[in-house]
Design a protein around this ligand. Structure first.
Ligand code: SAH
Length: 233
């Protein structure tokens, strides 16, 4: 029998409550559009786009059975921290200006850099989902019939989705100029990457053995490698 994700009731309840709170905040932030700066509006539109990209893959992959899960407590906490720093806190601020005491001010060119970063962010986020296809999971999981993807954007780097999220994470404090609603995502995602990437690579290495070693030798982790790319995979 495959292993279904056995979430404890409390964590399922928490997910539902957080999702509902998130939805209410998105509506409240949209209603508070006039109070937002142009840079914050850019962030909001890009935020909506990430859902447009992700939801179809999420819905499609729900049917794919999980064969192995390593999403333990640490994973859940890391995902919760990201949810807070990348979604809930910025929405709370856009909806009610609650963290005004922690505002900082950057020149317009910095906000423009943040706005421009949304383009490679969304493009790479979309390509990573498209190339990973049915193998994608939000957590550390292997699907039944999981295949090792080494093509598309994965030919150059092993973690294009995390690279994309880095672009979004760097843009966020440039667009939302606030230590809590904007900047906090940087340490949150740094912690996530430091803890998750070695675990993910160990899981992939255990499952795919030598093929993953060859892939590691030919690809970058988060920074793409072009010169080492070979067609032998
Ligand atoms: N780290 C990758 C994938 C993030 S999604 C990225 O940043 O693009 C996380 C899930 O993707 C993992 O649980 C694993 O099951 C799967 N995965 C990661 N790399 C993969 C690869 N090269 N081929 C197939 N599945 C992969």
């Amino acid at each position: 029998m495959q292993q279904e994700s056995k979430k404890p009731l409390i964590s399922s309840l928490l997910s539902v409550v957080l999702t509902l709170a998130g939805l209410v905040l998105v509506v409240a932030a949209a209603l508070n559009w006039d109070a937002s700066s142009w840079a914050e509006r850019v962030w909001f539109v890009a935020f909506a786009m990430t859902f447009v990209i992700r939801v179809p893959y999420s819905a499609r992959n729900r049917k794919n059975k999980i064969a192995e899960s390593r999403s333990g407590a640490v994973e859940q906490w890391l995902l919760a921290a990201m949810f807070l720093a990348m979604m809930l806190l910025p929405m709370l601020h856009l909806a009610g200006r609650v963290f005004t005491f922690a505002d900082y001010h950057l020149p317009d060119w910095a906000a423009a850099v943040g706005a421009l970063l949304q383009l490679p962010y969304l493009w790479l986020f979309w390509r990573a989902h498209a190339d990973l296809g049915r193998n994608w999971s939000p957590g550390l999981e292997l699907r039944e019939d999981h295949t090792l993807v080494t093509g598309g954007v994965y030919a150059h780097m092993r973690h294009p989705m995390y690279a994309a999220i880095w672009l979004g994470a760097i843009a966020q404090p440039l667009l939302i100029q606030n230590w809590i609603a904007g900047f906090l995502v940087i340490p949150a995602f740094a912690a996530m990457c430091l803890i998750r990437i070695p675990r993910e690579e160990a899981m992939m290495k255990k499952r795919f053995g030598d093929a993953y070693d060859v892939y590691m030798a030919q690809s970058g982790a988060i920074i793409p490698s072009f010169h080492r790319h070979s067609r032998t995979l």
